[in-house]
Design a protein around this ligand. Structure first.
Ligand SMILES: Nc1ncnc2c1ncn2[C@@H]1O[C@H](COP(=O)(O)OP(=O)(O)O)[C@@H](O)[C@H]1O
Ligand SMILES: Cc1cn([C@H]2C[C@H](O)[C@@H](COP(=O)(O)OP(=O)(O)O)O2)c(=O)[nH]c1=O
Length: 210
C-alpha cells in the first residue's frame, strides 16, 4: 500500500462535505495528487448507494439498538475498505474520506456509553486488527450550538443533531486528537472555508513529500 489516506472528521454541520466538494472541484482543474485528477479518490462514510450504507441510513432513521447500529457502521467500514480505500491506496492514489473510523469512536462511543463499559475504547479496539489508519486527519471543530444552527434546515435527518449529544461527541473527538497529535490537524471550522482550504492544501502537499 503506497498511496495516502486523508480523513475529514467533526460533528454534523462542521463543513466537511462543503470542503470535500471544494477540493473535488479544484482537483478537476489542478490535480491535488501527481499529474491527473483521477489520482485522487473522494469518498465518504457512511457510504452512499451501497447495501451496507443503505442499511446504516435505515438504522439511523429507525432508531435500532445502538449496538446493532455500531455493527452496521462497522460492516459499512469493512465494505468501504475493500471496495474503495484499499484498491485506491494500492494504486498509489490519494484518498480523501468525509468521515471514517474516528466518527465511530466519537459517536458510538457516546451512544453506547451507558451500555458498554468504556465504550469509547471498546469501539476503538474493534477496529484495530483490520482497519487502515489514516495518514492525516483534519478535525473540523465547531461548537455544538453552531452545528445545530447550521443543521436546523435538515429536518429530522439525524437523531444525532442535538447539542447535549454533540458535546459528548466533541469530547470524544478531542480525546482522539490528544492521543494522536501527529495524525490530527485541528481546523477552526467557524472560520471561512477559503481560509481553511488553504491550510488543508498545504498539509496535503507536505504529505506528498513524505
Ligand atoms: N466555513 C464555513 N462557514 C460557515 N458556514 C459553513 C462553512 N462551511 C460550511 N458551511 C455551511 O454549514 C452547513 C453544513 O455544512 P456541511 O459541509 O454540510 O457540513 P458536514 O458535511 O460537516 O455535515 C452548510 O449549510 C454549509 O453551507
Ligand atoms: C461514519 C459515521 C457517522 N455517524 C453519524 C454522523 C451523522 O450524524 C450521521 C450521518 O453521517 P453523514 O451523512 O456524514 O452526516 P453529516 O453530513 O451531518 O456529517 O451518522 C456515526 O454515528 N458513526 C459513524 O461511524
Amino acid at each position: 500500500m503506497i498511496g495516502k489516506l486523508v480523513t475529514f472528521e467533526g460533528i454534523d454541520g462542521s463543513g466537511k462535505s462543503t470542503m470535500l466538494a471544494r477540493l473535488q472541484k479544484l482537483n478537476e482543474s489542478a490535480p491535488l495528487w501527481n499529474s491527473s485528477s483521477v489520482e485522487t479518490v473522494f469518498t465518504r462514510e457512511p457510504t452512499k448507494e451501497t447495501l451496507t450504507g443503505n442499511a446504516v441510513y435505515a438504522a439511523i432513521e429507525n432508531n435500532v439498538d445502538p449496538l446493532a447500529e455500531l455493527f452496521l457502521f462497522l460492516a459499512d467500514h469493512a465494505a468501504h475498505l475493500s471496495d474503495t480505500v484499499r484498491p485506491a491506496l494500492d494504486a498509489d492514489k490519494l484518498v480523501i474520506s468525509d468521515r471514517y473510523s474516528d466518527s465511530r469512536c466519537a459517536y458510538q462511543g457516546a451512544t453506547l456509553k451507558d451500555t458498554i463499559p468504556d465504550a469509547f475504547d471498546f469501539v476503538r479496539r474493534l477496529h484495530e486488527p483490520w482497519t487502515i489508519k489514516p495518514d492525516l486527519t483534519f478535525l473540523f471543530n465547531i461548537s455544538p450550538e453552531v452545528s445545530c444552527e447550521r443543521c436546523k434546515d435538515r429536518g429530522a435527518r439525524t437523531k444525532f443533531e442535538r447539542v447535549d449529544f454533540l458535546k459528548e461527541v466533541t469530547a470524544n473527538f478531542k480525546k482522539l486528537a490528544e492521543d494522536e497529535p501527529e495524525r490530527f490537524v485541528i481546523i477552526d471550522a467557524e472560520k471561512p472555508a477559503e481560509k481553511n482550504e488553504k491550510i488543508i492544501l498545504e498539509k496535503i502537499a507536505l504529505l506528498k513529500n513524505e
